[in-house]
Design a protein around this ligand. Sequence first.
Ligand code: M6R
Length: 368
Amino acid sequence: EKGGYDWFMLKEIDEQPQAVAETLLGRYGRSGRLQLDEMRLSDDELRDVDKIIIIACGTASYAGLVAKYAIEHWTRIPCEVELASEFRYRDPIIDRSTLVVAISQSGETMDTLMAIRYARQQRARVLSICNTNGSTIPRESDAVIYTHAGPEVAVASTKGFLSQIVACYLLGLYLAQVRGVKYGDEIDAIMAALEKLPAGIQRMLDEGEQVRKLAAELVDTRSVLFLGRHVGYPVALEGALKLKELAYLHAEGFAAGELKHGPIALIEDGIPVFVVVPPKARDQLQEKIVSNIQEIRARGALTIVLAEDGDDDVVPYADHLIRLPKVPTLLQPLVATVPLQIFACELAGLLGHDVDQPRNLAKSVTVE
Ligand code: M6R
């Protein structure tokens, strides 16, 4: 039931603090060790892993792109992310020491299912990250980490996405713990920051009015761009996908560093561009993106800047400034995505679209 909301999507956006909290619940013991009950792969098997391939579709693949940064950083295991629909058609190099991680909210996505079947035929170990108990993908996997986001009804994934990122992070930290790599030290700090995250997400929800007003101002827009770097890049992709599927608008996400390699030619007077600014602590990335914002604004873009509290460098170049709580860089996607979801949902509603059931789309895509 919609519980008083106009759309399931609005309800699910609002449930995100809880979805993240539930996904973390019971997985970090007082002993300072992570426990993943459905892991089923032994420590020896996990120590054998020499390559990780994340496969998924759509929003789940963007969760995978975010996770790659964290998993490689913590585990030092090379990690690729591939669209499930591409994976088995390219003769991928996989064997017994490859860990294939399938991310799927529904657990029924046919492209992802076919990809894991293929991976298992090649003797890879398959771990799935899934929100639906007993669905096909976890049943056909060697191990599973369930996200505990609760049922997601709206076609557009929201709480599914945030909880997938959290589950991927738990996997990365768990692998680091089992393998005893040096970044194991970071486990405590990151877990403490993760535990505080629901409050940060709640703040983004409480401040949603700013984004809703912006959607009303931009209701006639034809095209919207999103820029990000590092983990902000998949956030840009996700912001653009939400807008395409809900508002039926042309929207594209770019890595900000790619601007001058082509996309900057798209910048014209008045085009709205969302920019996700990495935390200042991140070496040079913040400065680089600030100059990207200057470049596009000088060419007429309407800049909508998402930057952490206290980052004043962006102020002169932001037509709209959306403040984010200060969190470690790797966790920023979990707060920065929220206003982009609210924006797409609001704009779609204003345009009179069916927010929960966008045209031509299905909640789980059970054909290839
Ligand atoms: O159920 P899954 O996570 O496997 O679904 C994958 C995609 O179909 C899904 O994320 C899709 O992109 C959403 N409509 C995005 O909002």
